[in-house]
Design a protein around this ligand. Structure first.
Ligand code: NDP
Length: 284
C-alpha cells in the first residue's frame, strides 16, 4: 500500500480563507479581531514563527501586534505588559512565544494571560475546560490535527488512537480531543515499554516527540492514518518529522508530510481561535 498524502498546506489555505470571510462579517459589526504576539529574546526559530503568525493574521484581515522584548527583560515587565494586553479591547488573543529565557517562569506568564484571550489554549483553566469536555480554546496543533482527520473523513468513534509524546501542548490535549471524539486512546511517553507494540495497534497514530525517525514502517499498522507532528532540523539543514516517512508511507493509508502537514494547520487554527475570541465579545 502507498499512503495518500494529507495536504496540510491546502487545507490550511481553505481554513484561512474561511476565517477571512468571517473577519469581514465581524468588521461590519465594528470589531476587528486582534492578536498580540510577544517574543522575548532573539531565538532565530522563534523569530520565524512570530513573523509567520503575524503575517497570517494580516493576510486574514486581522490586526496583529508584534511585541519584541530584549532577552534580559525582567519577568515583572513581561507580566505588566500581559496585564495591559488583557485590558486592551483591541486585542482578543495574546500569545507569548515559547521557550522563554531561563529567568522567566513560563507557567506564571501563561497563567497571567486572561483565559478568555489565551488563544494558544495553554492556560490551566483552558486545560481544565478541555479535560471536562467544555473547551473554550483548543490548543492549536491538536485542534489542527482534528480538522485534518475530519477533512479526511477518518472514523474516530471506537477507533484505536495511539499518541506518542505526552506534552502539555501537543500529546495531552490531543488525547482529550480524540477521547471526546469517541476514540480509545493510548498516550505513550519516554518510559513506555515496547513502543512498537503500542503503535502497531493504532488506527490513528499521532507522533509528537521531537525524535526524528522514532516511528519506523514496521511500527505502523497496515491501513493506519499517521500524523507526524515532529519538526526536526537535520545536520544537513533539511527538515524532517518524527516518523520515518518512506517506510511508514508503504504501510499507512494516509500520512502527513513534514514540512507541509501539521505545521501550516497550527497557524491556521491560531487564526480560528483569535477570530472566535473576537466573535465572543459580540455576545457579551
Ligand atoms: P516535548 O519535548 O515537550 O515532549 C516530548 C514528548 O515525547 C514527551 O512526552 C516525552 O516523554 C515523549 N518522548 C520522548 N522520547 C520518547 C520515546 N523514546 N518514546 C516515547 N515518547 C517519547 O515536545 P513537544 O510536544 O513540544 O513537541 C514534540 C515535537 O513536535 C517537536 O519536534 C516539536 O518541534 C514539534 N511540534 C510541532 C508543532 C507543529 O506545529 N507542527 C507544534 C508543536 C510541536 P516524557 O513525557 O516521558 O518526557
Amino acid at each position: 500500500m502507498t499512503a495518500r498524502m494529507i495536504d496540510g498546506k491546502a487545507l490550511s489555505a481553505q481554513v484561512r480563507d474561511d476565517v477571512a470571510v468571517r473577519v469581514q462579517a465581524l468588521k461590519k459589526h465594528g470589531v476587528t479581531p486582534g492578536l498580540a504576539v510577544v517574543l522575548v529574546g532573539e531565538d532565530p526559530a522563534s523569530q520565524v514563527y512570530v513573523r509567520n503568525k503575524a503575517a497570517a493574521c494580516d493576510k486574514a484581515g486581522m490586526l496583529s501586534r508584534e511585541i519584541r522584548l530584549a532577552e534580559d527583560t525582567p519577568e515583572e515587565e513581561l507580566l505588566d505588559l500581559i496585564e495591559a494586553l488583557n485590558q486592551d479591547p483591541a486585542i482578543h488573543g495574546i500569545l507569548v512565544q515559547l521557550p522563554l529565557p531561563g529567568h522567566i517562569d513560563a507557567g506564571l506568564v501563561i497563567e497571567t494571560i486572561s483565559a478568555t484571550k489565551d488563544v494558544d489554549g495553554f492556560h490551566i483553566s483552558n486545560a481544565g475546560l478541555l479535560m471536562t469536555g467544555r473547551p473554550l480554546f483548543r490548543p492549536c496543533t491538536p485542534y489542527g490535527i482534528m480538522k485534518m482527520l475530519e477533512s479526511e473523513q477518518v472514523a474516530l468513534r471506537g477507533a484505536e488512537a495511539v499518541i506518542v509524546g505526552a506534552s502539555n501542548i501537543v500529546g495531552k490535549p490531543m488525547a482529550m480531543l480524540l477521547l471526546a471524539a469517541g476514540a480509545t486512546v493510548t498516550l505513550c511517553n519516554s518510559k513506555t515499554r515496547d513502543l512498537g507494540a503500542q503503535t502497531r495497534r493504532a488506527d490513528v497514530l499521532v507522533v509528537a516527540t521531537g525524535k526524528p525517525g522514532i516511528v519506523t514502517g514496521d511500527m505502523v499498522k497496515p491501513g493506519a492514518v499517521v500524523i507526524d507532528v515532529g519538526i526536526n532540523r537535520l545536520p544537513s539543514g533539511k527538515l524532517t518529522g518524527d516518523v520515518e516517512f518512506d517506510g511508514a508511507a508503504q504501510v499507512a493509508s494516509a500520512i502527513t508530510p513534514v514540512p507541509g502537514g501539521v505545521g501550516p494547520m497550527t497557524i491556521a487554527m491560531l487564526l480560528v481561535n483569535t477570530l472566535e475570541a473576537a466573535e465572543r465579545t459580540l455576545n457579551t
